[in-house]
Design a protein around this ligand. Structure first.
Ligand code: ADP
Length: 507
């Protein structure tokens, strides 16, 4: 075999065994050569193809136009290689169409142009391409959807953060620098969250709490949660901090929620005050029992002595004396009722509901009766000296006045010794009524004097003497309600003088 023969053998082998379909046409478009792969691709055998125009291999609807294109190519042939993205269709013998890629080339021989085509079945590739396209499309849609979801959640997060009520929600890095800061309280303070980013949280805090908060946040960076309360510009805040734990268990950031709890604090304080008041009131009521024994003693002993005296005055001639004691009993019982009413209305007095009801009365008589009543309970040889100056008819609240005078006289008796004198002086001027109760008793220590009218207060030198610390407080409240003033002067060991000024109302 010479070289020519050998070459031609090789070409034939290549032609026959090529994985692409090979076809050669003459310039009339007639098929003059096909390889086995082409037969296989189109389902024809060689004999059926040779001599037929190339259009036999094209879908019917393209055949006519192809004739023109083919003619054009013959006149101006050029090489067209594979992969130029031209989607072409071939048509099998059974009419089935399939995607092909064709590369064209030409050669001339004896003045005739021959066209050579290399045809690849790209059905699989097309299928893959379509699948890839669909996949891509799906992927794009998923990405779009996720991006939108992300945007929604981002919007939601920032809306939550921005509208975080009465507080600030922040995220810090390991150096406790702001990564995020939002919340209504921040706006209320006129601070922009964006401006805080990168700055140190601790720098924002008042000096007094810096250390405490920093220590707390360092603990949070170690994985523990914590909270602290502090006051800033008359507002109360509570800071709750939690670690933001990563998937690997490390803490890179911490979430801090600062809430303004001023309102709650205020309510809490109000509740505590109310509770304290309630407690004091309860204490007051329980003390009322001992108070009653003190305050009731005078009128009750008057009743007792008058009853025993009445018992003695059996004769007709004693009628006047009897009557006098009956009146005293009446007055004492009346007084008892008044005190009882006053005490029972301690709540009322506390709430400021007690009203002053002035009425016309003879002040001298009223004071005299009080002296006479209280004289019954004085210590041995204790004398109450009563002096009265000026007009007698006045307009005053009788119960309050009695309570005031009785209280002051009882104290004078209680806090001074037997054989001492007690003075009750009253001067009634045209505009002012002055009532003075003076004793020569134990007096009031100087350091205790400023507390005299405080409820439940008792001077330190009187602890051995029975008492509740309520009387002067009630006296002061009554004097206030009557539009008057109360003053006192006292020296420990020498005695005390209580002075009351009341406005003298016109009849
Ligand atoms: P009480 O006499 O029941 O203790 P008060 O409110 O009447 O309550 O008096 C309060 C305190 O004032 C008394 O405990 C006593 O220490 C002091 N005090 C009141 N009046 C006198 C007085 N005339 N002399 C000395 N101390 C007095």
């Amino acid at each position: 075999m010479n070289l020519m023969q050998e070459n031609s053998e090789i070409y034939r082998y290549l032609f026959d065994s090529a994985v692409e379909g090979l076809i050669v046409t003459n310039q009339k478009g007639e098929i003059i050569l096909v390889n086995p792969r082409l037969e296989q691709l189109f389902g024809y055998n060689k004999e059926e193809l040779l001599g037929k125009t190339i259009e036999i291999l094209l879908p019917k609807k393209l055949r006519t136009s192809h004739v023109t294109q083919r003619d054009g190519y013959i006149h101006k042939p050029k090489q067209r290689s594979m992969g130029q993205g031209i989607d072409l269709k071939g048509c099998k013998k059974n009419g089935e169409e399939f995607p092909v890629e064709i590369s064209l080339n030409y050669f001339k021989r004896d003045n005739e142009t021959f066209v050579m085509g290399l045809i690849t079945d790209i059905t699989e590739r097309k299928k893959l391409e379509t699948e890839l396209k669909t996949l891509n499309q799906n992927l794009e849609e998923t990405v779009k959807k996720r991006t939108e979801e992300l945007r929604v959640s981002e919007r939601l997060h920032s809306a939550i953060a921005q509208n975080f009520p009465d507080g600030i929600i922040s995220v810090f890095d390991k150096e406790l620098r702001y990564i995020l800061a939002e919340g209504k309280e921040l706006r209320k303070l006129g601070i922009s969250g964006n401006k805080l980013i990168g700055t140190k949280y601790i720098d924002r805090l008042p000096n007094e709490i810096k250390e405490e908060v920093e220590a707390l946040l360092h603990n949070v960076l170690k994985g523990q949660k914590g909270s602290v309360e502090f006051e800033l510009r008359k507002n109360f805040y509570v800071v709750d901090a939690v670690p933001l734990i990563e998937e690997n268990g490390s803490v890179e950031n911490i979430l801090v929620v600062e809430r303004n709890i001023t309102k709650q604090k205020k309510t809490e304080q109000e509740m505590l005050n109310a509770l304290e008041k309630e407690k004091q009131l309860n204490e007051l009521k329980s003390r009322f029992v001992s108070m009653a024994s003190h305050e009731f003693r005078t009128p009750l002993s008057t009743v007792l002595s008058s009853v025993s005296l009445i018992d003695k005055y059996k004769e007709e001639k004693d009628h006047e004396k009897r009557q006098k004691h009956v009146n005293r009993i009446k007055s004492s019982v009346h007084h008892l009722t008044s005190i009882l009413n006053d005490f029972l209305s301690l709540d009322k007095l506390e709430e400021g509901k007690t009203e002053c009801n002035p009425e016309a009365l003879n002040l001298k008589d009223l004071l005299k009766i009080s002296v006479e009543e209280i004289q019954q309970v004085t210590k041995e040889n204790q004398k109450i000296k009563f002096e009265y100056k000026g007009q007698e008819e006045v307009i005053l609240d009788k119960n309050m006045l009695r309570n005031i005078v009785n209280n002051l006289l009882s104290n004078a008796i209680k806090y001074s010794n037997a054989n001492s004198s007690i003075f009750l002086r009253c001067s009634c001027e045209s505009e002012l009524i002055k009532i003075e109760v003076k004793d020569q008793g134990i007096g009031i220590p100087a350091e205790d004097q400023k507390h005299m009218f405080e409820r439940l207060f008792r001077a330190k030198n009187s602890t051995n003497i029975e008492g509740t610390g309520l009387g002067l407080n009630i006296v002061k409240k009554y004097v206030d309600l009557m539009g008057g003033e109360i003053h006192f002067a006292s020296t420990e060991g020498e005695g005390s003088t209580f002075l009351i000024h009341l406005p003298n109302q016109k009849l």
